[in-house]
Structures are given as C-alpha cells and as structure tokens.
Ligand binder design. Sequence first.
Ligand SMILES: [Zn+2]
Length: 186
Amino acid sequence: MEELNTTENVACPICNTTARQADAFCGKCGYPLKGEKQEQENFKQTQYQLEANLSMANHQIRKGGLTLYILSGITFLAGIILGFIAEPDFVERMFDAPQVPLGIVLLILSAAYLGLGLWSRQRPFAALLIALILYCTLLLMDIVADPASIIKGIIWKVIIIVALVRGTTGGYKAEKIKKELHLKSY
Ligand SMILES: [Zn+2]
C-alpha cells in the first residue's frame, strides 16, 4: 500500500516543504506530520497567530522605513536650499551657522536617513533603533541650543518619533517571531 512506501515524498501542509513520508516532523517548520489531529490543529493555530503577528510587525517596520525616506527627502531639500540657494546672510542670521557647511551637514544627514531606511529592510530592529536615537539626539541638540525650538513643528516631531518607536518594536518582534517560525529570511 502507499502508506508503506517510506521513500514517497509529501508536501508539508504548512510551509509546502517536501518531507519524506517517514518523517515525524517537517524539517523546516516542525509541523507534526505524524501527530494526532489535535496536535496538528494546535500547531496550525499557533503558526497562523505567529504569521498574523509577523505581518503586523512588518507593517510597522515598513512605516518606520517610509518615515526615514520622507525625513531623508526633507533634509535633502533643506540642505540644497539653505546651503546653496538661499541668501547667505539670511541663513547665517536664522541658523547662526555658515551657509555651505550647514548645507553639507544636512546632506550628510539626509544620506544617513536614506541608508538607515534601506538597511531597515534587512535589519529592521538595529536600523530603526539607530535612526530613533539619531533623530532624538538632534532634537535634544536643538532644544539645548534654543529651548523655544521644542514647540516648532511639535506635531510632526511626535509623529516621527512614534513611527520610529513602533518600527523599532516591530523590528524586535519580527526578529523574535521569525526565530519561532524557524525562518532564516523572509
Ligand atoms: Zn513545514
């Protein structure tokens, strides 16, 4: 009979990996191929829950990455306009900084946000945590230099911080869930 044929391959119903019919567990996801019906049902439930949580975490990671791309774009424009287009006198009065160096610093910052946004696809937790620390450090420097600056664009600052905090926690959760799902990449 077919059941006696131990060299026959079967597809895991969870991850579709080919397993030998003799295997008790799927080699990739650990599904109990030979388990009791209840055991298999429990495994499926846990797996679906983990996948739902992973997709939620990935959504937060993507939003965090998007926030970094937007920050990068705004900083890039600010760097070009303030550093190379605006009146030097105006810039020096407004920011108390020499024009071209200010522009260059902003362009470097823009590149850093872009790089962290791209990196957040591979290492979301590390990339978004670094971005969060970088952004908060800059805000603090602003506040130290001019305490009144805390009010400026406060809603945007809060939105950006919330998006980066959520992205960071999403990255942490996603990495944990992926370990549980036995996936090496996604
Ligand atoms: Zn499997």
